[in-house]
Design a protein around this ligand. Sequence first.
Ligand SMILES: [Zn+2]
Length: 370
Amino acid sequence: MSLSTTPGSPPNPALPASGVMRAAVLYGAEDVRIEDVPIPVPGPGEVLARVDVASIDFTDRKVYLRGSHPMIKVPGLFGHEWAGTVAAVGPGAEERWRPGQRVVAANSAPCLPEEGPLCLQCRRGRVSMCENIRYTNGAFAPYILVPSRLARMNLYEIPPDVPPERVVFTEPYACVVHAVRRIPIHPLDVVVIVGAGPMGLFFVNALRRRYGPDLSLVSLDHMGSRLDVAKAMGASRGVNTRGRAAGEALREAIGRPDADVVIEVIGTVETHREALSLVGRGGTLVSFGGVAPGQILPVDIGRLHYEEISILSIYHHTPPDVAEAVRQLVAGEVPVERLITARLPLTELRRALDMVGDRTTLRTVLIPNH
Ligand SMILES: [Zn+2]
């Protein structure tokens, strides 16, 4: 993936002399403002990137509605999915970073061995649970600062002929790559994905690529248009659950009311309850959609025991997952053009957040330098 500077490289983006940019700042629940803030100056080991395209997702909407999240300090810069161009490099940054390079990054970095002993979770291989994880925000802005640890572990150069939109979903797709790596699937399994929004569609794509054409992959949603996209992206079936019990709809479609692996990607108690009801004997519920802490899912423990039902929870990603996500995205193995259904300037951020809630878009991308 590493490239030397070629004649086709984009020009070094000139920083505005004012030293100021119009960026989104989150102040609290439903309080986001577009205001003038200083353009960050990269310190030791850091990289400053111009944001060529940012993406807004359901996590951003949750953060906006709650006004808090483990990923973000409030008040603070907002947005975590972006692709851009290196604008400036701080002293002592790795030599591979140069202004003008196209780049994409994840939104976090776990323990870095050069900074001292790894935490227990990193030592036991559970890197997404890193106790010292550092998150980065600020994608909804013309420029974003890439902290030194992130620049070392989770920043990638992109070939100059790859449009930024093709890699802007690196972070969410890395979460799906992480999940697909951890979900045990047998070739005879029926896999149901509850929700055909962007994350559900990423699952369809990633599972089909990993397991080939024979895996039975069923997409569940109550929007027919989303199920059509799911089928176009590789789902064996699209099952519409509008106004009916999911098990009944599933039985009608595939001849059985349950499945061996059920992946919940929406993140509500109700959809978790529905997903759990669809798990058959020896099956697994994959809890992928994030629900706010404190919400309770009632579980029949007897059923769990006598039917050997597992619950596998998945959060976030690890550097190898990010690397694999970048590889697939750069190679064009993820049909992002099916997912980008709106493009807006950064000044329309609030409208973009509303569109996520209304489900009137699959994915909206924001152009901060519009
Ligand atoms: Zn760690």
